[in-house]
Write a protein that binds this ligand. Structure first.
Ligand code: AAL
Length: 360
């Protein structure tokens, strides 16, 4: 006779190749700076021994003031009135901010208000940035889409697609200034915003993983979807199986053994888990973890460097923001401070810390 718990007990953390812990440290060049928002870092690629990262960057006259008080120059949220910048490093600790990679378009363009939350794919000597875009004005229920820019060098110049590559589902109805949960009619999980794009090349096609936020849904009930294209510039077709997770906020996925690994944080019953889908669509929980990096980007590895389940989750950057108490605590721990006097989001480094599988 065994208890239900012991019937479920199959693997100790210390024996589970999908389990890990994390530790955090400050970095030079992209850290805390009053008046500057740096957040939502992309994955990291290495080109000719140099690491590259892209991230949301904004220079604001004051911290975000909310949707009702925002103006053309004062942000509603930290990720409002921002662009995608990039930085380089030789060691992953000291970073040199290089400047803007993709900037907001002219008034009336689909990316006039803000460009934010990038990820990068390097494939066949071409580089692709995918990121969120929004038009003005920005209210609680302003739709947000995903766009793409490509370049032949990680330094750019970047060419934008003529239109977003992925849009919210057309279902649901809500007044733009209203809270998404005050919907007249509820839409699908991705009917308000498609967010947190992560682009993988696998099985000869381009897989665009994304987080959905829905009309009539709480953004803390976010789930992930995926859209697949034959060509990196589109057309991206959403899988009929979406949502493909029941939890998770920012998207962090990596290729492994022909399938896809995933780090789910912050939202839902399967928050703080590492999952795997052999087909890239049907994810199984492989480990429950503690204190994962928030909005993490990981070093991209491939080939003979990608031999373990967590080879694609070795180290990277993440962000510290007052909008996520867990991220704030990681930042305070990393900085050795007790409080951050003004909430300017910034980047820190995370790395897996398997040596701490014990309790100490
Ligand atoms: C991030 C991401 C998206 C959200 C905001 C900025 O962590 O989930 O990009 O819009 O927060």
């Amino acid at each position: 006779m065994r208890s239900a718990a012991m019937q479920r007990f199959t693997l100790r953390d210390a024996e589970n190749p999908w389990f890990t812990k994390f530790r955090y440290s400050t970095i030079d060049g992209l850290g805390y700076e009053k008046g500057i928002v740096r957040r939502d870092p992309s994955c990291i690629i290495q080109v000719d021994e140099v690491y590259f990262v892209w991230y949301t960057r904004g220079a604001h006259p004051c911290p975000a003031v909310g949707h009702e008080r925002a103006t053309d120059t004062i942000p509603a949220m930290p990720w409002d009135l921002t662009d995608v910048w990039y930085a380089t490093s030789s060691d992953g600790h000291a970073w040199r901010e290089r400047g803007p990679a993709v900037e907001r378009g002219p008034q009336g363009s689909y990316d006039e208000r803000s460009i934010f939350t990038p990820d990068v794919l390097a494939h066949e000597d071409r580089y692709y940035l995918v990121y969120q875009v929004t038009k003005a004005p920005t209210w609680r229920s302003t739709p947000e889409s995903i766009a793409l820019a490509w370049a032949d060098s990680p330094h750019g110049p970047w060419t934008k697609t003529a239109a977003p590559i992925l849009e919210p589902d057309p279902s649901g109805e809500v007044e733009e200034r209203a809270h998404p949960e005050e919907a007249k009619t509820q839409g699908t999980f991705d009917s308000l915003r498609v967010h947190d794009p992560a682009l993988l090349y696998r099985d000869g096609r381009y897989w665009l993983y994304f987080k959905g936020e829905g009309i009539g849904h709480s953004n803390m009930d976010s789930k992930w979807g995926v859209a697949i294209a034959e060509d990196p510039l589109g057309l991206y077709e959403k899988s009929p199986l979406i949502p493909i997770t029941n939890s998770g906020h920012e998207v962090m996925v990596w290729n492994y053994a022909g399938g896809v690994g995933a780090l789910l944080t912050r939202c839902g019953p399967e928050k703080n888990t590492i999952q795997f889908a052999a087909d890239g669509l049907n994810f199984e929980v492989k480990a429950t973890i503690i204190d994962p990096p928030q909005a993490a980007g990981a070093l991209r590895v491939s080939g003979n460097m990608n031999t373990e389940p967590l080879s694609g989750l070795s180290w990277g950057l993440s962000h510290v923001t007052q909008w996520s108490p867990q991220a704030t605590q990681q930042g305070q721990d990393a900085l050795g401070i007790t409080s951050i006097d003004e909430p300017w989001d910034f980047l820190i480094r995370w790395e897996r810390h398997d040596q701490s599988l014990g309790w100490v």
